[in-house]
Design a protein around this ligand. Structure first.
Ligand code: ATP
Ligand code: MG
Length: 393
């Protein structure tokens, strides 16, 4: 069975790039994920080009190039509109250690396709001649909905353990089944995932969360393959029900706070940004909800959770499938611009010092004033607060 379309719409700058390479006597093809997505009828922004030209030859042929992955033979070529396209020299892996590969050039397109991870990612299409190369029958697996390693599955995962996580991601994204031989090899290779840099693990985890058809499907594969036991042991078994969880667009950092135990520690280990870690810590600190449903309860909650309020509201929605019952109250408080923090009070610390308060007292009194203002925002005038401060000392 052949599901390959007779023509694929390739962006004009990419066609030009291929034409330039071929005019100079090299071979050049579109390869990789863009073709897989095109066959599936899905949009894909970047069309990667593979070529027989060496990186040096590619650099000489184009005016504007950027070194994006010299070690892997990838040169970035800027088109006239300053859009970057990746051009990678046909390569084969000569040495691999599960994390890095040493590559050699001077190989054929077929060999280049053979070092790719899954059959569905090992297609090549010629945008001028409209020819396909599909030596591993990726078209059959695309139409049958299957993830299958190129060549001997066990060997392929040992060469690069990241492929275990990539198989999970593609299976969850397309709703494909992982064929038994590939699945068995993955579960065996999972033990090697610890060797990967945690940045790469995070990248796959986040990409998976963004693209999976259902978040629960993704989580199931992380558990079933043994990947979570190795690099994400905090991943929960019981997660909230779809579909709210899978609402798009997804926020992987926020989803992580729902799906794992101790999210800030997990994100720290996965080398997420400091901002992402701090955000997870604030969400975890909560409290998840106001103590009660009154306007004052909600003001107090906002004052307490601060910048985490919107994340907590959204998280409630993802967990329960419904907007937080106190969301409308929050909107009203914000619309009226009611003060929620010490900095928004009509008096400053300096005013209190002038009243004769001593340093250590100032913070305590400001807190007390804020507490009164949270109960009744109309108290937030300079005169009233100064009067209250005098009483409070
Ligand atoms: P997407 O960009 O949607 O995640 P993609 O297939 O384009 O999917 P990339 O990471 O952009 O994935 O890689 C481009 C191509 O390079 C892949 O389609 C595959 O052929 C090859 N490739 C990428 N990573 C690996 C890997 N770890 N092992 C083998 N081949 C890989
Ligand atoms: Mg890609």
């Amino acid at each position: 069975m052949n599901a390959l379309p007779s023509e694929v719409t390739v962006p004009a700058p990419v066609v030009d790039l291929v034409a330039t390479l071929e005019r100079a006597g090299h071979e050049a093809w579109c390869v990789g994920g863009a073709l897989r997505d095109a066959v599936l009828g899905l949009p894909h922004a970047d069309f990667d080009v593979a070529t027989s030209a060496t990186p040096e030859q590619v650099r000489r042929l184009f005016r504007h190039t950027i070194p994006v992955g010299e070690k892997h033979g990838t040169v970035g070529v800027l088109d006239p509109a300053r859009v970057l396209h990746e051009v990678t020299t046909f390569r084969r892996d000569v040495r691999t250690d599960g994390r890095h590969a040493e590559v050699a050039y001077g190989v054929s397109l077929e060999e280049d396709l053979a070092r790719r991870d899954f059959t569905i990612n090992a297609l090549a299409y010629h945008p001028l001649r409209h020819e396909w190369r599909d030596p591993f029958r990726g078209a059959d697996d695309l139409s049958g909905g299957r993830i299958r390693a190129v060549g001997d599955a066990a060997t392929r995962f040992r060469e690069d353990y990241l492929r275990v996580l990539r198989a999970i991601r593609f299976a969850a994204r397309f709703g494909f089944a992982i064929v038994p031989e590939t699945w068995a090899a993955m579960t065996e290779a999972a033990a090697g995932l610890k060797q990967l840099s945690m940045e790469r693990v995070r990248d796959e985890w986040f990409k998976g969360l963004r693209t999976a058809q259902t978040v629960s499907g993704l989580v199931e594969l992380w558990h079933g393959s043994g990947a979570s036991a190795e690099v994400l042991p905090e991943l929960l078994r019981e997660i909230p029900l779809e579909p709210a969880l899978s609402d798009a667009p997804r926020d992987p950092g926020l989803l992580t706070t729902i799906l794992v135990r101790d999210p800030a520690a997990v994100l720290r280990r996965l080398r997420a940004s400091n901002a992402e870690i701090a955000r997870a810590a604030a969400i975890a600190a909560g409290p998840d909800a106001p103590e009660g449903g009154t306007l004052i309860d909600v003001r107090r909650w906002l004052a307490r959770v601060n910048d985490a309020a919107d994340d907590l509201l959204r998280r409630h929605e993802l967990r329960t499938g419904a907007a937080a019952p106190w969301a409308d109250t929050v909107a009203g408080i914000r619309q009226r611009g009611e003060p929620l923090a010490r900095e928004q009070l009509a008096v400053r610390g300096g005013d209190l010092l002038e009243l004769g308060l001593r340093g250590p007292e100032v913070g305590r009194v400001l807190d007390r004033l804020l507490s009164r203002v949270l109960e009744d925002p109309s108290l937030n005038t300079r005169d009233t607060l100064l009067a209250l401060a005098r009483e409070a000392r």
